[in-house]
Design a protein around this ligand. Structure first.
Ligand code: C5P
Length: 225
């Protein structure tokens, strides 16, 4: 049975860095499901599709090829890694991610990837909806101010010019949308380990995750004996 580690949680909790580092440590595939929704929104905008037309976007999700290639995200061969992080695409992604028909297609694609290789997968609904029987489920969280600080730092590096206050405000809009989503809402799975990252460094979070995976593997090994 493939190893599946799910890392869910709100924006800015440090999921991406932790998931990427954990996948590297375990030498398994890293799946960024937020990037998949972003890439789909980008493809829809590129075609001039109405983002509210969920049937059309779900159809597009079936057709479009989203590929992760050594840290880059490709949509039908075009490198969209930087563009999908823009404010415009971030805002558009919400409509795409809110549609149950789109999520159903994404779930099938994500499960297929998870059935083919060992993965660390990151998102909002990975432990609750997509991989309810995952090997290890983690919910990474942090205070709103801490998360906004982290995201603001990323914006400074990107040179977007967004202020801390703007980042905090857009984060609270996204949090509200994530929580209110009819399908795949942001919530910790009942069997997830919740980690609060406010007072932890990235290295400490990764160490904690590696230990969790090792403990689970050992427990499973004993169970299988
Ligand atoms: O994690 P990230 O910020 O890249 O996610 C982009 C968007 O996709 C967010 O609006 C988030 O709510 C949504 N998303 C989702 N389900 C996932 C991953 C991300 O709805 N599994």
């Amino acid at each position: 049975m493939p190893l599946i580690v799910t890392l869910d949680g709100p924006a800015g909790a440090g999921k991406s860095s932790a998931a990427r580092a954990l996948a590297a440590r375990l030498n398994v595939h890293y799946m960024d499901t937020g990037a998949m929704y972003r890439a789909l929104a980008w493809a829809a905008m590129q075609r001039g599709y109405a983002l509210e037309n969920s049937a059309l976007i779900a159809e597009l999700a079936r057709e479009v090829q989203i590929v992760f290639d050594t840290g880059r995200v490709l949509v039908d061969g075009t490198d969209v890694s930087a563009e999908i992080r823009s404010e415009k695409v971030t805002a558009a992604t919400r409509y795409v991610a809110d549609a149950p028909a789109v999520r159903e297609v994404m779930k099938i694609i994500q499960r297929k990837i998870g059935s083919e290789c060992d993965i660390v997968t990151e998102g909002r609904d990975q432990g609750t909806v997509v991989f309810p029987t995952a090997t290890v489920k983690v919910f990474l969280t942090a205070s709103a101010v801490h998360r906004a600080k982290r995201r603001h730092q990323e914006e400074v590096v990107r040179g977007s010019g967004l202020t801390f206050q703007e980042v905090l405000e857009s984060q609270s809009v996204r949090d509200a949308a994530d929580i209110a989503r009819p399908v795949g809402a942001l919530v910790a799975a009942v069997d997830a380990v919740v980690i609060e990252t406010d007072s932890l460094t990235l290295e400490e979070v990764v160490e904690c995750l590696v230990s969790l995976v090792e403990e689970t593997r050992q427990a499973r090994g004993k169970h299988d004996d």
